[in-house]
Write a protein that binds this ligand. Structure first.
Ligand SMILES: Nc1ncnc2c1ncn2[C@@H]1O[C@H](COP(=O)(O)OP(=O)(O)OP(=O)(O)O)[C@@H](O)[C@H]1O
Ligand SMILES: [Mg+2]
Length: 194
């Protein structure tokens, strides 16, 4: 069972980390008029061959050593398809992977978004050496966060782990997402759009 979409994003992004990706892009696009939300997590990790890719939705397929079932992908697929959505994984060995899932937000079984800012902070603080790019688009407007830009401002990657930075980042992401949802005229969101 998928509790919320943020939790699933965390899981799919962790897959990318485990695949030794150095750059991970998380994109969410919401069409308020069409009641649809799409998320795409792409990475430049080691990728999967066709054999693994064809079995990937089976919960008994996993390369992890601690237990024999992998649930992240089957749960996401089931959740997307269970609310008239769409699910796809593309991968090339040595190049990377991209996981796309879309959901009908007016479907009764559509999971809630959950705490997206907390998920992003967990990823940024957990793996400050990776480059994280996060984009949230609503009806053509967008908010973008690039961890490289944040590290440039902070001066070093380790500062990403400080409590003050985490608290500030969480507030900043939450605020920008609310502005985006309200359709307001946030300067940052506008800059990124132009
Ligand atoms: N981005 C990726 N790059 C390369 N391989 C991947 C990627 N995502 C998934 N895989 C492969 O697919 C398998 C299944 O992934 P899935 O998330 O369903 O389960 P898991 O990560 O093994 O376990 P769990 O998510 O339950 O902790 C992984 O073990 C890994 O071999
Ligand atoms: Mg996983």
């Amino acid at each position: 069972m998928l509790e919320d979409l943020s939790h699933s994003i965390l899981d799919i992004a962790e897959n990318a980390v485990n695949a030794e990706a150095t750059k991970i892009v998380i994109e969410i696009a919401e069409g308020l008029d069409e009641n649809k939300i799409t998320m795409i997590v792409s990475d430049n990790g080691k990728g999967m061959d066709e054999d693994l890719l064809s079995k990937i939705s089976d919960p008994f397929v996993t390369s992890r050593k601690t237990r024999r079932v992998g649930l992240g992908i089957p749960f996401l697929r089931q959740a997307a398809e269970g609310c008239d959505g769409f699910f796809e994984i593309r991968s090339s060995p040595g190049k990377g992977t991209s996981v796309t899932a879309s959901f009908r937000t007016d479907h009764i079984d559509c999971p809630p978004m959950g705490d997206l800012a907390a998920t992003l902070i967990t990823l940024l603080l957990g793996w400050p050496d990776k480059r994280w790019i996060f984009r949230y688009k609503i009806n053509g407007r967008q908010f973008e966060l690039d961890s490289d830009e944040i590290v440039r401002v902070l001066g070093d990657k380790e500062s990403l782990r400080s409590c003050e930075v985490a608290t500030w980042l969480k507030g900043w992401i939450d605020e920008n997402l609310s502005i985006l949802r309200l359709g307001g005229s946030d300067q940052y969101a506008q800059d990124k759009k132009s």
